[in-house]
Design a protein around this ligand. Sequence first.
Ligand code: COS
Length: 383
Amino acid sequence: MIRDPEITQAFLDSVRTFVNERLIPAENTVAETDQIPEEIVQEMKAMGLFGLTVPEEYGGLGVTMEEESLIMFEMGRASPAFRSLFGTTVGIGSQGILIDGTQAQKDHYLPKLASGELTASFALTEPEAGSDAGSLRTSARREGDVYIVNGSKRFITNAPTAGIFTLMARTDPNNKGSGGVSAFIVDAKTPGITVGKPDKKMGQRGAHTADVNFDNVRVPAENIIGGKEGMGFKTAMKVLEKGRIHIAAICVGAAERMLEDALKYAMERRQFGQPIAEFQLVQAMLADSKMEAYAARCMVIDAARRRDNGENVSTEASCCKLFASEICGKVADRAVQIFGGSGYVADHGIERFYRDVRLFRLYEGTSQIQQLVIARNMIKAAS
Ligand code: COS
């Protein structure tokens, strides 16, 4: 749903200009320094990017899923680290509060998240609980007005700079399945929390992930999301469902950017006396990439519109994430192929994108988890 086409277009134009003039020129610096320059962070805050999905009454822009997807198509054109900086907060980090939080939790946290004052991280994955998220072991034991949290989380995006964690922990030790899990808002400064060294990743320099350890961390009971135990896994699934459309939109943007770069190169690069874009085998790679990026774009828009209409989009969100992340990998591979030897060296940035986009097939649910969700939903609907 687009609320006001003119306002949306004006915002998209400003994001596109920002991506072209500020983010793309800074990509090499981010890759070299592993940091996003502070002035860019401030510009993102001023544009309202940290508050994209927070409703207007809490100081955000309150964008719909369709509007968010259009913005992410644009953002996806720059190195994924830029999106990660605010995307985790507007996405999986804060959505638990927005979707299932109590009024008091919304009033307290959403304005700070919208302004960028607080960064939110999503702490679900553990060393022994990745795809099987429902088996997580981090425990939260009630003691009067607080829960005592113990355990470890892994690969937590933005953990080194997080202000709060949306933490999933087991409140019912007798229920080893997903029903024993609750979600909490945990202040990152609470004594007993330690953040490990940032992980050394294959790509996405400038976006930081780390382990987070909880050692007898005292979390106020009022910080349980929704005020009820046992609902945390469902909150996490709802959050991830939305996140999967968001990531799919980023994949579309990244695929379109790589294709744009590959096309430009193919039209300039001459071999056998002519631009390589005139060779049909190169054209096949360009055409297949265009077709797939277009299909992914259409899927994302359709899923986003359905979500905005209040439909259950568990299947569609997984279809989008699966298809868009897989085609993004294929486009990256073809783009390197079109660049040839030049695609394998760092000068053109295409090898960096090739490494960066590999993560899209892993986080917020691997491709295999998306297949499982889609097939399970199909079987459920048919029986
Ligand atoms: N919205 C609301 N509720 C949902 C839901 C959704 N999208 N998906 C599942 N649920 C509910 C189910 O209805 C079920 O409720 P009941 O117990 O009342 O029937 C409950 O949650 C448990 O669901 P399910 O039985 O499907 O859980 P499983 O343990 O089998 O796990 C998968 C399901 C594998 C799909 C889930 O663990 C998953 O998504 N894993 C990947 C995790 C992930 O994406 N990690 C990335 C971390 S963030 S970078």
